[in-house]
Write a protein that binds this ligand. Structure first.
Ligand code: GAP
Length: 479
């Protein structure tokens, strides 16, 4: 992906305004002033989000032999959340900043240690516990919770999936979908919302089982627990030096970084950070976060926790359903351990890809250099001038291509303006119908990233676009 004339990355407020202006994302209930922490995905945002989720599912579920996917309910039996510990302990501490007087939230472990974004100290006398789950009525007299993570549905269905799909350890179960948290201080656009989506995997092993996979060959900034400065190194080196203690952690960190790289992200903007002991969640014995260098600082993009056998044991205890599996060698039964839980927020990943793609060309022109798999619109079709024979060819191409992809047909304005409109929303290829299309059945295809143009026969168009969009053919190789 060629990046041209990167002038500056937008602030989070500029990105919010850009996404609204172009039809990606707006505050939910905007016409009534919006509701903090809730966002609506419009005609481009919904396509972008679906493309991201499909790419995640393809990479993590369909292309692997050892992972199956599920789609659980948003409201489930409330005992699921008692067993998991959420009812008792899923809370933050509400605090008010002494300097700017704004409300903020801290984790229980951070009380007295972290400061407000303005640099001010939090007033400890204002601190009070704040439960994060949304409670709702179910029928006339029952109640339920909107799920605060997708993970528990995986644990509650573990035996049904493991036995039903005849899985063998090591193996994983994946889920993507909505999660809800009554965040005290939603902020930074879609970075922290009250309604969001997660893409999660619970990866199960036999206790002490070694990772049979190679650690991906990835270099990244590494910030180990207790260190103040990150160091660039390969994941293999970090594991060899025992900075990343478990082979499984090094492997999954590598997988997740490879996923971002496969969709065009520059890994120089990422780092991995190990949680300090007091930061670890109640269920976790080790956790590494993938962080991204957002305009508002290094922030958590994805958590990769070791959850041990905590959740399956809890569900076995509360539901009285056996969560054990059979060890084929020793014929003993045991509860598998979750060695890694790669848990990624859709909104945060989407924000990363927006920042990675956002570039300014020449003076004012914004170009979104999305990987074509993510682009909300794949192809723009333009008749060069408003003449019936040009438009007939254009419409026939448009109707044919839109059976496969999201395609737009645009006949208004100068051709330069039409290209610019598509560049701004990240459309990777534009097709122009001109005099040669009428005379000799060729069209011009233009590459967003280089602005290079090539002539191509109409009958070859669909096949060629298919290869270009999935990275199977370099544009320069077109004759
Ligand atoms: N099952 C583990 C779990 O839920 P988490 O660290 O609380 O762990 C995982 O959340 C990921 O979900 C985060 O790394 C982030 O990407 C996303 N996430 C969490 N809270 C969010 C929020 N309020 N808004 C947007 N994304 C959020």
């Amino acid at each position: 992906m060629e990046k041209k004339n990167v002038l500056k990355k937008p602030s989070i407020d500029e990105m919010t305004a850009f996404c609204k202006r172009k039809g990606f994302i707006v505050r939910s209930g905007e016409i009534y002033g919006g509701l903090a922490g809730f966002w609506d995905y419009l005609f481009l945002g919904s396509e972008l989000k679906n493309n991201l989720k499909n790419a995640w599912w393809q990479f993590h579920v369909r292309e692997r032999d050892d992972i199956e996917g599920i789609d659980g309910a948003i409201i489930t039996h409330p005992d699921v959340w008692k067993a998991s510990g959420h009812v008792d302990s899923f809370s933050d501490v509400f605090v008010v900043c002494k300097k700017c007087k704004k409300p903020g939230k801290v984790d229980k472990s951070e009380l007295g240690k972290v400061k407000c974004e303005c640099g001010g100290e939090y007033d400890s006398s204002s601190a009070k516990e704040f439960k994060l789950m949304f409670k709702t009525e179910v029928g006339l007299k029952d109640y339920g919770y909107l799920r605060p993570e997708t993970a528990q549905l995986i644990f509650a269905n573990f035996k049904a999936v493991f036995d039903g799909a005849r899985m063998k350890l090591p193996c994983g179960i994946a889920q993507m979908g909505k999660a809800f948290r009554n965040e005290i201080a939603p902020r930074n656009f879609i970075f922290r919302c009250r309604e969001f989506e997660q893409m999660e995997i619970e990866y199960f092993i036999k206790p002490k089982e070694k990772c049979p996979y190679d650690i991906p060959n990835v270099e990244v900034l590494v910030l180990a627990s207790g260190e103040t400065k990150e160091k660039k190194m390969s994941l293999k080196e970090a594991h060899k030096k025992k900075i990343i203690k478990k082979d499984w952690h090094a492997y999954w960190l590598g997988q997740e970084l490879s996923f971002f790289k496969s969709l065009g992200a520059n890994l120089d903007n990422f780092r991995i950070r190990q949680h300090d002991r007091e930061e670890l969640a109640h269920y976790s014995s080790d956790c590494w976060d993938l962080e991204y260098n957002f305009p508002f600082g290094w922030k958590e993009l994805q958590g990769i926790a070791d959850r041990s056998d905590y959740d399956l044991k809890q569900h076995q205890k509360f539901s009285k359903t056996k969560m054990e599996v059979l060890d084929e060698e020793t014929k003993e039964r045991f509860i598998p351990e979750v060695i890694c839980e790669p848990s990624l927020g859709v909104e945060r990943a989407l924000l990363v890809f927006l920042y990675e793609a956002y570039n300014e060309r020449e003076k004012e022109n914004i170009v979104l250099n999305f990987n074509p798999k993510l682009s909300p619109v794949k192809v723009g079709v333009f008749p060069l001038i408003k003449k019936e024979e040009f438009e007939n060819i254009g419409l026939s191409i448009f109707h044919n291509l839109r059976k496969k992809w999201n395609v737009v047909y645009d006949k208004s304005g100068s051709i330069g303006r039409r290209y610019a409109r598509q560049d701004e929303i990240g459309t990777p290829y534009c097709i122009t119908i001109d005099g040669d299309s009428v005379d000799s059945g060729t069209v011009t295809i233009r590459n967003r990233d280089t602005t290079l143009q090539k002539k191509i026969k109409i009958e070859k168009l669909e096949e060629t676009l298919g290869k270009l969009l999935y990275g199977e053919l370099p544009f320069e190789s077109l004759k």
